[in-house]
Write a protein that binds this ligand. Structure first.
Ligand SMILES: Cc1cc2nc3c(=O)[nH]c(=O)nc-3n(C[C@H](O)[C@H](O)[C@H](O)COP(=O)(O)O)c2cc1C
Length: 497
């Protein structure tokens, strides 16, 4: 056999193999995608639209519970929802969050721009909506409300009124569970809120941007138990806690509190807490100390992107100090100042599937600013472990002299060939202000090339300024339709705040 024939045979074999892989992927996606004919009269079609995983978690937990109770359920991401599935379903349960400024999550773009522009006869359908949001935003649960309006216009019947959940508070979720249990005639447990708490111990903390015009940016490394697992892109929820010092000064005057009470007060908001002694002057009206503690408000939970992958043996965070009228913010104050090395925090890992990497060797463009480098570093580390080299990082800060954070780590990735493209831009160096969105415009040809090669974009950092500017620049370079396509194909992923 001549070498030319051998070469031809090798090429043909490779092509054949590629075709086989393609067919397998096609069959797999057909099998995993629920078809309209799998939806019959008694099916609950559960649809979720989630940006950072809450709505998705609740949808999946509800589906599990209904299935355990013997009900037939189909649970799908809104991006895969079709008009046929909707027309077929007699009962739909929607779990949807609101993002940006009253916007739908990225995964709901196709629903917004195509499906919900259609007129469907859904008069046979009963629906219920659990809308996730936060009252501190002007457009509270706006997307949930838009879904409700559209379903009403299609003549679907509400099983009960839209339930809006403000920052996952229990009272709102209980209202939903009670009504859903009645509607489905199934006793649904409130399990989705139960978190798996782990203890994390601070091992080291360092200031990354000494001298910066911005507020302090800290790198924290925690020791965790070996079996704790997470994926690049996941989030850690930290239970805010009182420092030993704060607890000591609170209980200074209250000799009736023992060590157990002190521990129970660790997670309670002690600011403006009603005084136990003053409330209980009469013996007959005395509450127990335990019930007094139980009535105190819990301190909130704060969320941070995890900055590394588990194989590194620690759990790392990059935390920006938030400074308000009353000084350092609760979460950032605890993490960057009050918590001492070797002290322990209570935390819970939250999976954030909409910001996960795909295990495939296609290019990735990572864009971010400030503490957003956390989520992007975890991705770069994971891509290195997988051996995927086509990575482009566009990262913005203020001044090169003070804000070139994680330079050593990024140089190591560059030297090892895992960061062939690195654009660090600074907005306050010299006259010309430069932001990450300017790089997108300046390198538009290259960006289009990467996108044509199948690149996925990951954006992590601040919504205002950075993420909004990036979106505008991408529209300029790829067009509205081009960006919409990326969103539909799950190639535009954001963890912005
Ligand atoms: C950047 C950002 C923007 C948000 N915008 C809104 C908003 O306009 N209206 C609202 O009610 N909630 C808003 N929220 C709150 C989310 O809806 C809320 O955190 C919800 O639980 C997220 O659910 P998910 O994890 O399923 O996406 C926003 C949250 C973030 C991080």
């Amino acid at each position: 056999m001549t070498s030319a024939v051998a070469l031809l045979l090798t090429i043909l074999t490779c092509l054949l193999l590629l075709c086989l892989v393609y067919i397998c992927v096609l069959i797999y996606s057909r099998l995993t995608q629920p078809k309209a004919d799998q939806i019959h009269d008694h099916t609950y079609l559960i649809i979720y639209a989630s940006q950072s995983g809450h709505a998705e978690n609740y949808a999946k937990h509800t589906a599990e519970q209904l299935q355990q109770a013997g009900e037939h359920c189909v649970c799908i991401n809104i991006q895969d929802l079709t008009a046929d599935q909707l027309k077929q379903a007699q009962q739909t349960l929607w779990f949807v969050s609101t993002y940006g400024e009253g916007d739908a999550p990225d995964s709901a773009q196709r629903f917004q721009h195509q499906l919900s522009q259609q007129t469907l006869d859904l008069s046979h359908q009963t629906f219920a909506i659990l809308a996730f949001g936060d009252r501190r935003y002007r457009n509270f649960c706006a997307f949930g409300q838009r879904v409700q309006t559209w379903l009403n216009q299609q003549q679907a019947q509400p099983a009960f009124n839209l339930v809006c959940v403000d920052q996952l508070v229990n009272a709102d979720l209980t209202a939903w569970h009670t009504q859903l249990s009645q509607f489905t005639q199934t006793e649904l447990k409130h399990t989705a809120t139960e978190k798996v708490w782990i203890d994390i111990h601070l091992k080291s903390r360092s200031l990354l941007n000494a001298g910066s015009q911005g507020t302090g940016l800290y790198f924290l490394s925690f020791q965790v138990a070996q079996q704790v697992e997470w994926h690049a892109g996941d989030i850690i929820e930290i239970q805010c806690a009182n420092s030993n010092q704060a607890l000591k000064s609170f209980v200074n005057e209250q000799s009736h509190l023992n060590a157990t009470h002190l521990e129970a007060l660790r997670f309670k908001n002690l600011k403006n807490a009603p005084n136990y002694v003053l409330q209980t002057t009469e013996q007959s009206t005395k509450q127990s100390i335990e019930s007094w503690i139980n009535h105190l408000i819990d301190l909130p939970i704060r969320e941070y992107s995890i900055a590394n992958i588990p194989t590194h043996g620690t759990l790392d965070l990059i935390v920006r100090q938030e400074i308000g009228n009353q000084g350092l913010g609760l979460g950032s104050g605890l993490l960057t100042q009050d918590l001492q090395v070797d002290e322990t925090l209570r935390a819970s890992i939250r999976h954030n599937p909409s910001f996960h990497l795909k295990m495939q060797d296609t290019p990735c463009i990572f864009i971010g600013n400030g503490s957003g480098l956390a989520g992007l570093m975890a991705h770069l580390q994971q891509r290195q472990v997988w051996g995927y080299q086509q990575n482009w990082l566009i990262f913005g800060e203020r001044q090169q002299q003070y804000d070139a954070i994680c330079n050593a780590e990024l140089s190591t990735l560059e030297d090892a060939g895992y960061l062939p493209q690195l654009d660090r831009v600074y907005s306050r160096d010299g006259q010309a202000q430069s932001y990450v969105q300017d790089v997108i415009i300046a390198k538009s040809t290259q960006l289009k090339n990467w996108v044509e090669q199948g690149a996925t974009l990951y954006i992590c950092g601040s919504l205002h300024g950075m993420a909004q500017g990036v979106e505008q620049a991408l529209i300029e370079v790829l067009g509205v339709e081009g960006l919409a396509q990326l969103k539909q194909q799950q190639r535009y992923k954001r963890d912005v705040y």
